[in-house]
Design a protein around this ligand. Structure first.
Ligand code: ASP
Length: 439
């Protein structure tokens, strides 16, 4: 059994957190490959080391004295080293980093040092081999991730290392320069390593006990989702539920490796298991609820619209020509509605309207702003009667007016449009009916 374990920044923010991580790794000998993030925040007012590095490098780039800022970063690492009573010293590493900053080695190189240095400490702490991610994770010259080369080189390298620490977030380009994934990218490294190691499980350790059924800022103490499929996760993450970097799913999903989200501060919690497919019935009909505010509905009316070939294409061309992507497009006999992001749409509103008039010649166009979309997601909906009925009766009891309904043909989700001002009430009503009262 091989497990790849990734630890997020808050799990590695201090010596005390490191020792929790050490206990977790040592308690299961199949936890063979470890992917650390850079030290994160120790409290709400703290700054992540990655952000400190960006700021420090900005000073170097502006030819300001960046040394005091670098000293502060070094202090963060030294406090971890001293707190763990380790013998390792980062003096030489910091000398090289200072030299490279002075020579303008680049923002990405700068940011990557957070994970690199934490990896050195982690390897020393565990007695594992250290593998520099620059030697095993590759990007092409445009900065796009190169999965083939990475998998080839990494799997060969891992065969020679029974236990190793591979820092997250970065790799190298063909010319040898360091390149990073987008923020939160250590999740992706973990997934890549899991695939290359042919792991049985990719454990992603963070500071929450998994995905929650609903947003905790709306629902008090929502329950944790025990098992979720990759497709359900995609629907929920798209609608705003974030725990894992979106791109982290692809490598392991293709390889059929499940991801287990776990809580470093509560290692006894089972967390959320993300799988390709499952016959596990969730306790409730729905798996999760997520949503976003800030949409505009563009309602377009035209007599005999339904018999006009190409009408929909003409309307959508008007959005495309203005670089606006649409979210949903429910339609009636002689009407269609296009949901777009308010922020994206506002600046281009009049151009889009005149393009629709020009291209599609509708009878009327009506706009409704300040709308929210809520996705109710669950593989269980396919085999359960009356899910939609329950949602809408709950919403009507809560006095929420439903503006739009869209059920995907996969029956995996139902999307509901409501006024922004009804957003929280609607989520509470749906959570109540499915989870609290378990109807
Ligand atoms: N340290 C990087 C960040 O703060 C990458 C990560 O933590 O995954 O975004």
């Amino acid at each position: 059994m091989v497990k790849v374990v990734k630890f997020g920044g808050s799990s590695l923010a201090s010596a005390a957190q490191f020792s929790k991580v050490g206990d977790i790794i040592r308690s299961d000998e199949s936890r063979k490959y470890v992917i650390p993030s850079a030290p994160g925040k120790r409290n709400d007012k703290d700054t992540k080391v990655t952000d400190m590095l960006y700021q420090c490098y900005a000073a170097a780039e502006a030819d300001e004295d960046f040394k005091p800022k670098l000293k502060k970063i070094k202090e963060r690492y030294d406090s971890i080293i001293n707190g763990l009573h380790l013998k390792v010293s980062l003096e030489e590493e910091f000398r090289i980093i200072a030299e490279n900053f002075a020579n303008k080695a680049g923002k990405e190189y700068a940011a990557s040092r957070g994970e690199y240095l934490n990896g050195i400490i982690m390897a020393a702490y565990l007695g594992y081999e250290f593998i520099d991610a620059a030697e095993v994770v590759f990007f092409d010259k445009n900065g796009d991730f190169d999965p083939e080369k990475t998998n080839r080189v990494m799997s060969k390298r891992l065969k020679k290392a029974e236990r190793a620490v591979i820092p997250g977030f970065y790799g190298s380009k063909e010319d040898g320069t360091v390149h990073t994934f987008s923020r939160g990218g250590s999740d992706i490294t973990g997934s890549i390593v899991a695939k290359a190691a042919d792991a049985d499980l990719y454990e992603n350790w963070t500071d929450v006990s998994g995905f929650l059924i609903a947003d905790p800022s709306i629902i008090q103490n929502p329950e944790v989702i025990k098992v979720i499929t990759y497709r359900e996760l995609r629907e929920l993450s798209y609608m705003g539920a974030t725990v894992l970097h979106e791109d982290a799913v692809f490598p392991v999903r293709k390889a059929g490796i499940p991801i287990n989200i776990r809580n470093t501060n509560k290692p006894g919690d089972e967390g959320t298991l993300i799988v390709e497919n499952t016959c596990h019935h969730s306790k409730y009909t729905i798996t999760g609820i997520a949503g976003k505010k800030g949409f505009v509905a563009v309602n377009i009316d035209k007599d005999m619209m339904n018999s006009e070939v190409g009408f929909g294409r003409k309307v959508l061309t008007a959005f495309e020509q203005n670089g606006i992507s649409f979210e949903h497009m429910p339609s009636g006999i002689d009407t269609m509605t296009v949901f777009v992001h308010q922020e994206e749409f506002e600046g281009k509103e009049q151009q889009v309207l005149s393009a629709i008039n020009r291209l599609a010649d509708p009878d009327t166009i009506d706009l409704e702003a300040d709308l929210a979309l809520i996705a109710v997601v669950g593989r269980g909906m396919r085999s359960t009667r009356g899910t939609a009925g329950r949602i809408f009766s709950a919403l009507s009891h809560a006095n929420v007016n439903v503006k739009m309904i869209d059920q995907g043909s996969s029956e995996l989700n139902i999307i509901i449009g409501v006024a922004n001002s009804d957003f929280e009430t609607a989520i509470e009503a749906i959570y109540d009916i499915f989870v609290k009262t378990q109807l």
